[in-house]
Design a protein around this ligand. Structure first.
Ligand SMILES: Nc1nc2c(c(=O)[nH]1)N[C@H]1C(S)=C(S)[C@@H](COP(=O)(O)O)O[C@H]1N2
Ligand SMILES: [Mo]
Length: 358
């Protein structure tokens, strides 16, 4: 596949990046206060256009290397065993806008993450009913949204290995936070792959196909690889890296977003998460570079972020706050972004500039 990359950018944002940032909204960081992000505050990443999502006429095709190919309507899918999971999704490009040089794409700073309660039916049940043939290597998921990237026209599509697709918590989802999916989140049907970066959770899901060869679509082979340098074969983006954020304390300055905080006891709160089913083991908070242990809230299921808090004695002056999570395997967030030509997987430590008034 001939892939022409856009040249990296140093300096000011381009109009195209601003246009993408206006379409693909982030979660306002004050929404870190919610265990479950209200649907209207959940971050959005839409590569092409939001396609029409007529629920009554929707068909999900299951084809390829299966014994019993089939087409299912929404009613048939809703009649199958239902499961609700609280899942934190994060865009693989989250943090890209903080890197320099940066890749010309959605310039997330740090707000491309949210948590929702997704209701659907396990994909494994659909695949078992269709009977995946032994020769199948991967399952390809195709959305109805179509566009052009790197010069290639395609429907948005991604694959999982058969083993990954058969995990009991991979869901074909029709409801978010107890309500039918909104158009921007994939109505009427989407995949949710817990523990993976968001690109795997294909929205507007219309086709499931079992294939004998690794899928080589644009969104699989051309994009979503960690690459230290352009031209590297790269490592596929899969599980979410350990990460954490702080809800902005005090009140903001409108334009700079700097925070103004009253002196005295300030309760700092935030969320930490990781992928692949690995839990968060520890969160620390830094005040002007000195690290302190934060208190962890109970874990709400294997796939959701975990709340944390820290009581700060704020003294007048200028301060830099930071938070840093370590996962249960001892993997800790890096202090600075790890070089990546596409700006993927930036889980470096967040800094929050705070002025404490007299
Ligand atoms: N069909 C389709 N599915 C998609 C996308 C897309 O553009 N089209 N974007 C992916 C990406 S990169 C992310 S991060 C998540 C975002 O899901 P959300 O917008 O519901 O938060 O959807 C994924 N699924
Ligand atoms: Mo994404």
């Amino acid at each position: 596949m001939a892939l022409t990359r856009r040249p990296p950018i140093v300096g000011r944002y381009m109009q195209e990046e601003v246009a993408l940032a206006s379409r693909n909204s982030g979660m306002p960081l004050e929404a870190l206060r919610y265990d479950v992000t209200p649907a209207g505050l959940h971050y959005l990443l839409i590569h092409f256009d939001i396609p029409p999502g007529d629920a009554a006429g929707w068909r999900l095709g299951i084809a390829g290397l299966v014994e019993r190919p089939r087409e299912l309507g929404l009613d048939a899918i809703r009649a199958l065993p239902a499961k609700t999971l609280r899942v934190t999704l994060e865009c693989a490009g989250n943090g890209r806008g903080q890197m320099s040089p940066r890749y010309p794409s959605m310039p997330w700073l740090e707000e491309g993450v949210s948590t929702a309660e997704w209701t659907g039916t396990p994909l494994a049940g659909l695949l078992e009913a269709a009977g995946v043939r032994p020769g199948a290597k991967e399952i390809v998921f195709r959305g109805t949204d179509r566009g052009i990237d790197r010069g290639t026209e395609h429907d948005y599509a991604r694959s999982l290995t058969v083993a990954e697709a058969m995990r009991p918590d991979v869901l074909v989802v029709y409801a978010m936070n107890g309500q039918p999916l909104l158009p921007q989140h994939g109505a009427p049907l989407r995949l949710v792959v817990p523990g993976w970066y968001g690109m795997a959770s294909v929205k507007w899901l219309a086709g499931i196909e079992a294939v004998a060869q690794p899928f080589d679509g644009v969104q699989q082979l051309g994009s979503y690889h960690f690459r230290a340098q352009s031209g590297d074969p790269g490592v596929p983006c899969t599980h979410i890296r350990v990460n954490s954020l702080m809800a902005p304390p005090g009140i903001p300055d409108f334009y700079t977003r700097r925070r103004l905080v009253q002196p005295g006891r300030v309760r700092l709160i935030g969320r930490a998460w990781s992928g692949g089913g690995v839990q968060v083991g520890r969160v620390e908070v830094a005040v002007d570079g000195a690290w302190h242990e934060a208190r962890l809230d109970p874990q709400a299921g294997p796939w959701a972020w975990r709340g944390w808090s820290y009581e700060w004695d704020a003294v007048p002056g200028e301060h830099v706050l930071a938070c840093r999570a370590t996962d249960a395997n001892g993997v800790v967030q890096p202090m600075e972004p790890v070089a990546d030509v596409s700006g993927f997987g930036n889980n470096s430590v967040q800094r929050v500039q705070v002025t404490v008034g007299a």
